[in-house]
Design a protein around this ligand. Structure first.
Ligand SMILES: C[S@@+](CC[C@H](N)C(=O)[O-])C[C@H]1O[C@@H](n2cnc3c(N)ncnc32)[C@H](O)[C@@H]1O
Length: 419
């Protein structure tokens, strides 16, 4: 029997490639994921290759029942439901009416109250969704249900830029627990994250206005605090003159090139990478210009002039910019699945110092600092981009889990009856 007094048992819903799993692993909380659910077979395959065979089950979450979920004896539910019903990028987003919202509402409205009645409910929650979710009816239902079942909640709108990571990815987060949040900790969080946690208690209907980092005058400051994107790039970039494997094709450059968000290795931000990265151009994620000698704007002006004058092969003017997509491994670093290269170098030199001084010391493969995300055989680049674009920034979620378990001490996990 598992010792429930010292380890937090978590179930992960909408598990994707396990950004929330990794965040729990890297947090101060000694937690384990006991089960994960996602209906996408590729996501489950990647998840299981990284975190343990058969941990993620391919399943429609709408079909999960309270007795099944009670059997996992979970203290903590972590969930990042489908965001399409709420995203501002989808002009036809239908919120609660979208069929993709149905499985999450099933968990909140049907399963959770049944678990509370059984005395088998989780004590802690973390929900992640897109910026825009905060204004949805689903969020109102979620918060009111949690409060009526005795949970307290705190809500955040956060972007990795606020954490010094050069990527804008505005996300809504809700934390909930059966114990109250302590107010000083909320103030502390405000200081750390430079955003106001929405501390609702029982006043969810009249929340104070959301502080949206997109509107934040601090944003420029945050931007300056972020590290340069060069630290997240792959080490080798081949010969600068040969086309990179992920180079933007002439065809795309010719037709859509001017619509890309283009960054340099020295830039301290990128825009949000979505599941459509490399398939869509606008608002799908930044591309990088590897030739820093050329001025982007002037080069594009020359190209547009040549194109307007009907010059054949006008696109050859853009080629020297060496424009390319970020590679999947670079995105994994930006999303903090894998450490940025400069951190990795520090880590590996530390490791070699430790192992050279501790004779016979074994490398602990289960330690979060030794984790290296892997892709199993047969996952195409297109699928990799889709899965990463769906995922979360692991660093941000790790901080949130630490904040949620602000008062965690070994032995404090509430042991409940095993139904
Ligand atoms: C926003 S992504 C979550 C990504 C995940 N947190 C990660 O780190 O990769 C939403 C995931 O929910 C899955 N999904 C959506 N609706 C589902 C349902 N009804 N049942 C199971 N999985 C579902 C999708 O396949 C997708 O992987």
């Amino acid at each position: 029997m598992h010792d429930r007094s010292s380890v937090v048992r978590a179930v992960e819903f909408y598990s994707g490639i396990g950004g929330l799993h990794l965040a729990l692993k890297r947090s101060k909380v000694p937690g384990i994921i006991v089960k994960a659910f996602d209906w996408d077979p590729n996501a489950a395959k990647v998840y299981n290759a990284n975190y343990g065979p058969s941990l993620a089950t391919k399943k429609d979450i709408f079909e999960l029942s309270a007795p099944l979920l009670a059997s996992y004896c979970a203290d903590f539910w972590i969930l990042s439901p489908a965001c399409q019903p709420y995203t501002v990028l989808n002009p036809n987003a239908q919120g609660i009416l979208d069929p993709r919202a149905k499985s999450f509402l099933h968990l909140v409205q049907n399963v959770l109250p049944e678990l509370v009645e059984m005395g088998a409910h989780p004590t802690h929650f973390l929900v992640e969704n897109v910026g825009g979710f905060e204004g949805s009816t689903t969020r109102q239902i979620l918060v009111s249900q949690l409060h009526s079942l005795g949970y307290t909640t705190a809500e955040f709108l956060l972007t990795p830029l606020q954490f010094g990571i050069p990527n804008s990815r505005l996300r809504y987060y809700l934390l909930a627990k059966t114990a109250p949040f302590t107010f000083p900790a909320c103030v502390q969080a405000e200081k750390t994250y430079r955003c106001i946690p929405q501390y609702h208690e029982h006043d969810y209907k009249t929340p104070s206005p959301w502080i949206d980092p997109r509107m934040n005058f601090d944003m420029e400051l945050n931007d300056m605090h972020a590290s340069e994107i060069r630290h997240y790039l792959d080490d080798e970039d081949g010969s600068p003159s040969s086309p990179h494997l992920h180079a933007v094709s002439d065809r795309v450059l010719e037709k859509w090139g001017r619509l890309f968000d283009i960054v340099l290795p020295s830039t301290k931000r990128t825009c949000c990478f979505t599941r459509g990265y490399t398939q869509l151009v606008e608002r799908a994620g930044s591309i990088i210009q590897m030739n820093t000698e050329l001025d982007t704007g002037k080069t594009f002006d020359s190209f547009l002039k040549a194109q307007a004058a009907g010059q054949q092969d006008a696109v050859s003017i853009l080629r020297p910019l060496l424009l390319r997509y970020f590679t999947p491994s670079e995105l994994l670093r930006i999303f903090h699945f894998n450490p940025p290269l400069h951190q990795k170098k520090i880590q590996s030199s530390l490791l070699s110092t430790i192992s050279s001084t501790a004779i016979g010391a074994k490398r602990d493969e289960s330690s979060p600092s030794n984790f290296e995300f892997v892709w199993p055989e047969g996952i195409s680049n297109k699928t990799k981009y889709r899965l990463i674009g769906n995922s979360v920034n692991v660093h941000v979620v790790t901080d949130l889990i630490n904040f949620l378990y602000e008062d965690w001490e070994p032995g404090l996990t509430t042991a409940r009856k095993n139904p």
